[in-house]
Design a protein around this ligand. Structure first.
Ligand code: ZN
Length: 156
């Protein structure tokens, strides 16, 4: 009885833990923007993070980019700036670091959640980048996150 119960518990726990992994492995990610960075994101992120990424990517359709200084500073401007409420910010300065290895945006979303903001994504599209820069791929959101588990969990 005990063994049966134990195995049942083990099975339940594993199925929960593996749910996201299975979902990532089996289902085909839904591409909405048909952009190179989106295809790249679908290969690296888990399904849940890819869905979040897709929403941010969708938002970036509302922005236009103005190149202030080539390979250095860009301004992402909301296309319907005049229709937005006064308290709503309409433009964000994006700074390119090391020729595109890294980007910084005034909104600070990346530092906050580990996913690039729509402003940087828009700039990536503008400079025709095909991939998300390695420095902006936070391992815990990727399919390879399993090997960064702390030692006491790694055995599972
Ligand atoms: Zn931003």
């Amino acid at each position: 009885m005990f063994v049966q119960k134990y195995m049942r518990l083990q099975f339940d726990r594993e199925s929960e833990e593996n749910y996201e992994e299975k979902r990532t492995r089996i289902g085909k990610p839904l591409m909405r923007a048909n952009l190179a960075v989106e295809r790249h994101a679908s290969k690296i992120y888990t399904r849940a993070m890819f869905e979040q990424f897709g929403e941010i990517l969708y938002e970036c359709g509302a922005y236009q980019v103005e190149e202030i200084e080539k390979h250095k500073t860009y301004l992402a401007i909301h296309s319907e700036a005049e229709k937005r409420e006064k308290w709503c910010r309409v433009s964000y300065m994006v700074t390119m670091i090391d020729g595109g290895d890294e980007f910084e945006c005034e909104c600070g979303q990346f530092a906050h959640m580990g996913l690039l903001c729509s402003h940087v994504l828009k700039v990536l599209d503008f400079i025709r980048a095909k991939e998300i820069p390695a420095k902006h791929i936070v391992k815990r959101w990727t399919k390879d996150a399993r090997d960064v588990l702390p030692a006491h969990l790694a055995q599972y």
